[in-house]
Design a protein around this ligand. Structure first.
Ligand code: NAD
Length: 490
């Protein structure tokens, strides 16, 4: 079922959602929300402040014991309710997400499906949690009974970025609520519109007051006070390394738990036995989806020298065939960058590439950009030196850096030579070989002969500087649970 939008943001943007009420924000600053294709302001939000955080945390604290006491099976009904209500708003949310984020509709639909699947998955996990409570532990000592319980962490602060609205928040909110935690959710100030629907849904499905509180604002007004709040038991953060490190530092002052999903510079390895045409499709999907604004973007291509020229040719043809334009128009492959700030940040890397004299396969000289929108041309450099900042740093835009290798060992060594470890892809004509190579890569998600499959049952998270902890799967639920043992004489 699809309905047209009941989402009336314009009247709500000066308000925060606390304890199931839209209340005026105490903040005074206004933040512009943009349509990155039209370069037009589509809304303004009042940036909340620390007193909004206080009110939301208090509401979450008051709601938490009853929410926990409800049990997993009852909580599951609400999670299914979120999934159903998102489904019912499918078209409206796709349009909203494409408009605020700049992603083509087809990608906005994938996001929505991921979010719905996530709420449904954690509904099942919430039910299963009830059966896991009080499990007997086998102990060696005689006459002793030990049982394991899984208690919610408590009140959690959930901080999301702008690149996958609805998805990154689902990955946090669904397991947190399944576990019995109550939440204060802060979407990115760049894309605050899609997540506001969660408040609307909370009211529609009768979620108890205070279980979900949603605050609009930026890092200074909401993010930092939330992270520093003494009554927030855990922070789950997705975003940049710079902010992630600040979050971890703030949480350490009160030994609060953190989960961090941070940046990446993921490799894609194309071996000499790969079909270059097929490989080119997977390489393209790994870097130009969402205009390259993907934490798991496979932005470092390591291609065996035997197939390098054929692959560059195939990639060049595919880049030329990409249609840049209106995210809402059918046939658009690549939308604008999500903000002028991000467009400028990526442009600085393109300027640097020119100064460094990098070898261009495709860049802005190969196409005319749309006359409006924060567009950058899909760009491909080859033979990029490993010392180049473009090779080492997360660019977060439609920029692929490639170099050739002469052996499997060299490919693995270069793939692992990064301070990040979020993801990697291996492409080989021999799936067993691809899997074997994948096992030697230091990253949380390894795809072989595939595009980037992200399923709610499998874990998401990084090695090294890409973060701490895992989202999705049972690990995503564990991130919001404390293990408790009750032990005594039989
Ligand atoms: P960002 O770090 O600028 O902002 C992320 C969130 O943190 C926003 O909601 C922002 O308002 C908030 N924030 C800013 N300052 C804060 C502070 N001092 N304290 C608390 N919160 C604060 O990141 P971004 O630009 O929104 O997102 C892009 C980054 O996110 C990229 O580095 C990308 O790799 C990363 N990312 C990672 C994953 C993953 O799963 N590993 C997924 C998506 C994005």
């Amino acid at each position: 079922m699809s309905t047209t939008s009941k989402i009336e943001h314009a009247s709500l943007l000066d308000k925060q959602f606390i304890s199931n009420q839209w209340v005026p924000s105490n903040g005074t600053r206004l933040l512009d929300v943009m349509n990155p294709y039209r370069e037009e302001r589509i809304a303004q939000v009042t940036a909340g402040d620390a007193s909004d955080v206080d009110a939301a945390v208090t509401a979450a604290q008051q709601a938490q014991p009853d929410w926990q006491a409800l049990g997993g099976t009852a909580r599951a009904n609400y999670l299914d309710g979120f999934a159903d209500a998102l489904e019912a708003r499918r078209e409206a949310l796709m349009t909203l997400s494409a408009t605020n984020n700049g992603k083509p509709l087809v990608e906005a639909e994938i996001d929505l499906e991921d979010a719905i699947a996530c709420y449904r998955y954690y509904a099942k996990q919430a039910k299963a949690l009830d059966a896991r409570q009080g499990e007997l532990v086998s102990v060696e000592m005689e006459g002793v009974e030990a049982r394991t319980y899984h208690d919610p962490v408590g009140v959690v602060g959930l901080i999301a970025p702008w690149n996958f609205p609805l998805v990154t928040s689902a990955w946090k909110l669904a397991p947190a609520l399944a576990a019995g935690c109550t939440a204060v959710l802060k979407p990115s100030e760049v894309t605050p519109l899609p997540e506001r629907v969660l408040a609307e849904i909370a009211l529609e499905i009768g979620l108890p007051a205070g279980v979900l509180n949603l605050l609009n604002g930026d890092g200074e007004g909401i993010g930092a006070p939330l992270t520093n709040h003494p009554d927030v038991d855990k922070i789950s953060f997705t975003g940049s390394n710079r902010v992630g490190e600040a979050v971890m530092q703030a949480a350490s002052a009160r030994t609060a738990s953190v989960s961090l999903e941070l940046g990446g510079k993921s490799p894609i390895l194309v071996m000499e036995d790969a079909d270059p045409e097929q490989a080119a499709d997977w390489v393209m999907a790994g870097i130009y989806f969402n205009a390259g604004q993907i934490c798991s973007a496979t932005s470092r291509l390591l291609v065996h020298e035997d197939v390098a020229e054929a692959l560059y040719t195939a990639l060049g043809e595919r880049v030329d065939a990409l249609t840049l334009g209106d995210p809402l128009a059918e046939g658009t492959d690549l939308g604008p960058l999500t903000s002028a700030k991000q467009r400028d940040a990526v442009q600085r890397y393109l300027d640097l590439a020119e100064q460094e004299g990098l070898t261009v396969v495709r860049d802005t000289t190969h196409r005319t950009l749309p006359t409006q929108g924060y567009f950058l041309a899909p760009t491909l450099y080859r033979d990029v030196p490993v010392e180049s900042r473009l090779w080492k740093e997360e660019i977060f835009g439609p920029v692929l850096c490639a170099r050739s290798v002469s052996s499997e060992a060299e490919a693995i060594q270069l793939a692992n030579d990064s301070s990040f470890g979020l993801a990697a892809t291996v492409i080989s004509g021999d799936p067993e070989r691809a899997k074997r190579i994948g096992r030697q890569l230091k990253a949380g998600s390894i795809w072989y002969n595939s595009e980037q499959l992200v399923l709610p049952e499998t874990a998401w998270g990084g090695f090294k500087r890409s973060g701490i902890g895992r989202e999705l799967g049972p690990w995503g639920l564990s991130a919001y649970l404390e293990v408790k043992h009750v032990i005594g004489p039989k």
